[in-house]
Design a protein around this ligand. Structure first.
Ligand code: SAM
Ligand code: SF4
Length: 431
């Protein structure tokens, strides 16, 4: 979402004649878009500002704007502690950025803009064209969260759940495909909580599926509690919706899920997956895990490992619990660091083996890849298959934006290497 926000910030500032610089030394205004989800976020900001101070020691200081969730959570402190920062701007008020830059240019004051103005921001976003011209483009459809998991800062930094108007999303999708996008990735902190005048995420997917220019649809990140049957039906009905579901589970233990305030049990999670597999047999899964959440025993951790093996996630993102200031879990007793690190090691080793096993089996199989970019200076192209696996192919023709059948010849932990299958589809593109 920060990537989407950064692009939209660029769309805004173009209105006051700012543009993206190629190198730091040319910058008049430096925007640092920040994430607060795990530890060290604030230190990273001070570190980055220190780097800027050095770079501009003998030059005119650029305007320094700290944007995003660290600005939201720690704005006053940042302004107080670091005089080099000109303004802090929360994730729901970056539509104010031009006003802020103009004020700072006139040296009126240092500014803290951290109101939750999500509806106003969505309205302003709708007034400026999305200039993104990538093969695969992000689009925010929903922001904020009302679920208040005990470990998470999002409800405090992004504010309450708010969905963008349905028609605004469809017109932004049109802008993106007019710019050459073939894939749209619908974004939200709780993307399947999307609800605009009773239109749901599934309604959006059905509508986008009708757009002839869109080839692929993805969405992230969804929450098990909001995973309704209509969304499961959409997976079965919409050919363009890719067969990979990222559904964070966090832990395999009901006790821990309850202590996290996740609002569902493992049995309910498994029921969703079962229903989905029933309707869409080729669906695969990825998930997020928090390791060593306060109160996690060896037995709870074993339940997480058991779930990992049972569902064979093709990608697992795992992090040691990080105490976020202001969240209820920050006051709970932390698991000893060594135990937490050992558990993370074991979890990542097991998840890595599952992933390797899955990827080894792909060798010599056929996959379908949307080609996104040329690899710098080489006759190689990077793309993603339906399961979001990175694939690299050799080719001397520019095939960006095309969807090709590829035979996988080799793989490592992060990348599949393939050969283009020369068939009618390829001949048509290459002609
Ligand atoms: N809304 C999504 C959900 O509920 O599943 C997840 C969004 S959250 C921004 C992304 C991921 O960051 C979470 O799934 C969780 O695994 C991780 N995360 C959030 N807070 C964390 C914390 N305090 N410590 C460790 N990981 C955390
Ligand atoms: Fe954070 Fe997701 Fe829980 Fe909301 S549902 S509080 S975004 S982890």
């Amino acid at each position: 979402m920060n990537e989407y926000d950064s692009n939209r910030i660029l769309d805004f500032v173009k209105k006051i004649n700012y543009c993206l610089t190629k190198s730091l030394k040319d910058t008049d205004c430096y925007v640092l878009n920040t994430c607060h989800i795990r530890e060290k976020a604030t230190e990273k900001v001070y570190h980055e500002v220190g780097r800027l101070k050095k770079e501009f020691k003998d030059k005119k200081k650029p305007i320094i704007l700290i944007v995003g969730c660290v600005a939201q959570a720690e704005g006053d402190m940042l302004l107080k502690k670091e005089k080099y920062i000109d303004a802090v701007i929360g994730p729901q008020s970056y539509h104010e950025i031009n006003k802020i830059i103009l004020n700072v240019e006139k040296k009126y004051s240092r500014i803290n803009s951290t109101e939750f103005e999500t509806i106003e921001k969505f309205d302003q976003l709708n007034l400026i064209k999305n200039n993104e011209s990538k093969t695969s483009s992000y689009i925010t459809i929903q922001e904020g969260c009302d679920k208040f998991c005990k470990f998470c800062v999002v409800p405090y930094t992004r504010g309450p759940e708010c969905s963008r108007p349905f028609s605004d999303i469809l017109s932004e999708v049109k802008q993106l495909v007019d710019n050459g996008s073939k894939e749209v990735v619908l974004l939200g902190q709780n993307v399947n909580g999307y609800n605009y005048q009773n239109k749901k995420l599934s309604d959006l997917i059905y509508s986008i599926n009708e757009n002839k220019e869109v080839e692929r649809i993805r969405y992230t990140t969804s929450h098990p509690k909001d995973f309704s049957n209509d969304l499961i039906e959409a997976h079965a009905d919409c050919k363009k919706l890719m067969p990979l579901l990222h559904l964070p589970v966090q832990s395999g233990s009901n006790k821990i899920l309850k202590n996290m305030n996740r609002g569902h049990t493992i049995e309910e999670y498994l029921e969703i997956i079962e229903k989905l597999k029933d309707k869409k047999p080729n669906i695969k899964l990825s998930s997020d895990f928090i390791i060593a959440y306060p109160g996690e025993t060896n037995d709870d951790f074993d339940k997480t490992l058991k779930l990992l093996h049972e569902l064979k996630f093709i990608n697992s993102y795992s992090f040691i619990f990080s105490a976020r200031p202001g969240t209820p879990a920050a006051d709970m007793n932390k698991i000893e660091n060594k135990i937490a690190k050992d558990r993370l090691f074991v979890f990542q080793r097991e998840a890595g083996l599952l992933k390797k096993n899955y990827r080894d089996k792909l060798v010599e199989s056929k996959t379908t890849v949307l080609i996104e970019n040329k690899v710098n200076g080489q006759n190689k192209y990077f793309g993603r298959d339906e399961y979001f696996n990175s694939v690299i192919v050799n080719c001397d023709k520019d095939l960006r934006g095309e969807i090709l059948d590829i035979k996988i010849k080799n793989c490592n932990q992060n990348t599949l290497y393939g050969e283009i299958i020369v068939n009618d589809k390829y001949e048509e593109y290459a002609a």
